[in-house]
Design a protein around this ligand. Structure first.
Ligand SMILES: Nc1ncnc2c1ncn2[C@@H]1O[C@H](COP(=O)(O)OP(=O)(O)OP(=O)(O)O)[C@@H](O)[C@H]1O
Ligand SMILES: [Mg+2]
Length: 423
């Protein structure tokens, strides 16, 4: 805490009278409530300003109490110890500026977020955001609370909601302090951005086949109405496009179902051999069509994990589907299940390997991002939605497992999923 500077002692109010500063704080709280009701500031900002005003009210309450310690806010720097203890406990950053925007107090949470804050320095040394400066000036001039969103990009990108409230500790002296509370909503902002990106991507992915379908319908109704050959050709393309839309919707539903259950632990015993055999049986026709042989290397003893059989089926199916779709030119795909151990414990590994063209190194870390596809001739022809590996990653996380993708151009791709062994 900062050193105190002596100042002329505060005048004690008459017994029973409301201390002037408390009255100001009360009025501030009331004004704040009115601003929230009027929609001028948000509920969170209103609550933050109210808290700040109450802290300041407490500060003055101490001044007014008989036998109070000298000056709660004293001179340009320093605040009363009790007030500091109160503000120190606030989880949100809390700052007090003097009339010249010099920082007179900041709580530990503020210092943690902005290590360069120094009491005695102008706030602008650390927080130079023009909107914040403007809000401070406006709060000072109009003597009214202001709320503003602050976007800082250095050293890290953060989004803050700042509430600035003017505060007169002693209305007679006309001295003014500015109380700032900051609410970090970076995480919320990031989630909002991800959600809107996701919706934009999903809509785009649906719009492409839909536009194509509409084009073919118009052609069939118009120029190709009597051309039987064209009609058959177009209907076959339309079927593919409709299939694409349907696959995308299945993927989206699967993703949202998995996300919903992300924090619920699976409990059943699942034998990985059965999962792999089931996938292999269901893909028989596709393998034959693609001219790909599936080689299975499964252990004799039971490879049991605690999991959700349907989800683990989806994992293996997605990986083998990719291996056929993008690595089928290698003519064979192998799936192996084996035991192993690492620093995290003992596991069963499912490895899916193809001998296709492989993936350039720069794409590998991004493959599990939603809608990420490698723009190669192969992937454009196969027309995946780019959600398969994102789904796989989610499921593996839910099972407390790990996943690794290794690929060498010209040699093939190998995806390994490690799942904790069931004891
Ligand atoms: N075995 C592989 N060999 C080469 N490229 C691959 C392989 N597996 C995945 N990829 C690349 O990674 C991208 C993302 O794969 P992912 O499974 O997430 O989506 P998708 O296959 O395009 O769509 P979906 O699985 O939803 O049908 C693919 O588009 C492809 O470019
Ligand atoms: Mg896929």
């Amino acid at each position: 805490m900062t050193a105190r500077m002596p100042e002329p002692g505060p005048t004690r109010p008459r017994p029973g009278a409301v201390p002037p500063a408390l009255a100001v704080a009360g009025a501030g709280v009331l004004a704040c409530a009115l601003l929230v009701v009027a929609g001028r500031i948000g509920v969170v900002d209103g609550a933050a300003v109210t808290l700040a005003l109450l802290a300041a009210g407490l500060l003055i309450g101490r001044l007014a109490a008989p036998g109070a310690e000298p000056a709660a806010v004293v001179g340009d720097r320093g605040v009363d110890r009790e007030v500091a203890r109160f503000a120190d406990g606030l989880t949100e950053p809390f700052l007090i500026l003097n009339e010249r925007s010099v920082l007179v107090y900041c709580n530990p949470s503020a210092r943690l977020q902005f290590p360069r804050l120094r009491e005695g320095d102008p706030l602008a040394f650390t927080l130079r955001d023009p909107d914040l400066v403007e809000a401070i000036d406006a709060a000072r001039t109009a003597r009214e609370a202001r709320a503003v969103e602050v976007h800082l990009s250095v050293p890290n990108e953060v989004w803050l909601r700042a509430s600035v409230a003017p505060y007169e500790p002693d209305p007679e002296s006309g001295r003014l302090l500015l109380i700032i509370t900051l609410h970090d909503f970076t995480e919320q902002r990031r989630t909002d951005r991800m959600r809107s990106d996701f919706i934009a991507n999903a809509s785009h992915e649906l719009r492409t086949p839909l536009t194509s379908l509409m084009g073919f319908i118009e052609t069939l109704q118009g120029p190709a109405a009597t051309d039987a050959g064209a009609r058959d050709r177009f209907l076959s393309i339309m079927r593919t496009q409709a299939g694409r839309m349907s696959a995308l919707i299945d993927d989206l539903l699967s993703l949202s179902r998995i996300e919903l259950r992300q924090h619920v632990k699976p409990t059943a015993e699942v034998r990985l051999q059965s999962v792999v055999r089931e996938v292999s049986a269901s893909l028989e026709a596709r393998l034959a069509e693609a001219g790909v042989t599936l080689e299975l290397d499964l252990p004799e003893e039971s490879a049991a994990v605690t999991g959700d059989a349907q989800e683990l089926y989806e994992v293996v199916e997605n990986l083998v589907d990719n291996a056929i779709k993008y690595g089928g030119s290698g003519g064979r795909v192998s799936v192996a299940v084996a035991r192993g151990a690492n620093r995290a414990g003992t596991y069963h590994a499912i490895t899916v390997t193809d001998y296709g063209p492989g993936i350039a190194q720069e794409h590998v870390p991004r493959l599990t991002e939603r809608f990420y596809r490698v723009e190669s001739e192969g992937s454009r022809k196969a027309k995946g939605t780019g959600l398969g590996l994102a789904i796989v990653k989610h499921i593996v996380h839910r099972h407390h497992g790990e996943m690794a993708i290794r690929s060498t151009l010209g040699e093939g791709t190998r995806v390994e999923v490690l799942l904790p062994r069931r004891s």
